[in-house]
Design a protein around this ligand. Structure first.
Ligand code: OAD
Length: 248
């Protein structure tokens, strides 16, 4: 992998770096993406599984689907891409990690400040009063847990048609507007509002870099596209810029 001299210089002199990650960064850990070759939305219909209406229609089916994904996530580990970003956070004066992922793998790799735009699948949330709970028993069968208020507990993730957590979203847009470099990693950049972040960063003067195994809808508008797996590219970038070898 060849990095341009301008990218290396920009990273070395950057005060603020913002990163947006999507399902692709966890693909090498064994978590399925949504729109890739074996993507979840190629096999399942989001409107039957990932909406409030779907949950109210058939809570058991939806609960089962999230438990299936929770089981996959609980059995995998962060990969070198996650670890490289956790290291970067400690090397750059101000670092903002914005993720669309709900798998918690960034935190497990050691990232400290993660802006979770779409929630976290390992938590649950009452669909009636919104109260959150951090304990989810994935082996639980039968009755769906209920909140003290009597409402059913669903996963603490943003469903289609729902608003994103507004404070997190505001922080993400602030980070995109203020950063010197913006990385868009492992995301198809088609789901709004997250998909706007790279172009907001570009408009406000950031150098925008994309890392993906294939070109995406934003590739033509970014400053640099690095084609390849994030779990390979990010550790190489860390080595090149800071001479840090995370495989040791
Ligand atoms: P997608 O599945 O839409 O896109 C994953 C991207 O990762 C694709 O562009 C792949 O080419 C790329 N990719 C795959 N493997 C990679 C690797 N090893 N290294 C780098 N890139 C790789 O996933 P997202 O963009 O995250 O929403 O999807 C956005 C949202 O759509 C998700 O957060 C989810 C979904 O519906 C909610 O759950 C609310």
């Amino acid at each position: 992998m060849c990095f341009s001299e301008i990218l290396i210089q920009k990273i070395k002199t950057a005060n603020r770096i913002a990163v947006l990650t999507g399902a692709g960064i966890s693909a090498e850990s064994g978590v399925p993406t949504f729109r890739g070759k074996d993507g979840l939305w190629k096999k399942f219909r989001p409107e039957e599984l990932a909406t409030y209406e779907a949950f109210m229609r058939n809570p058991n089916l939806v609960w089962e689907w999230y438990n299936y994904r929770r089981k996959i996530i609980s059995e995998v580990n962060p990969n070198p891409g996650h670890f490289a970003l956790a290291s970067m956070e400690r090397l750059v004066p101000e670092f903002f990690l914005i993720t669309q992922n709900v798998d918690g793998l960034h935190q497990r790799a050691g990232s400290l400040n993660v802006l979770e735009l779409h929630g976290n699948i390992m938590r649950s949330r009452c669909v009636k009063c919104g109260k959150k709970s951090c304990t989810v028993n994935i082996e639980e069968k039968g009755e769906i847990p209920r909140c003290e208020c009597g409402g059913l507990m669903g996963p603490d993730v943003v469903w289609f048609g729902e608003m994103l957590p507004q404070d997190v979203l505001r922080n993400a847009f602030n980070a995109a507007e203020k950063c010197d470099i913006f990385f868009s990693i492992g995301t198809s950049t088609v789901v709004q509002p997250a998909a706007s972040l790279p172009m907001v960063a570009k408009r406000t003067g950031a150098f925008v870099v994309e890392i993906n195994v294939e070109p995406t809808v934003i590739s033509e508008n970014v400053d640099e596209t690095l084609i390849g797996m994030s779990g390979k590219i990010l550790p190489k970038l860390l080595k090149k810029v800071w001479d840090i070898d995370i495989s040791k």
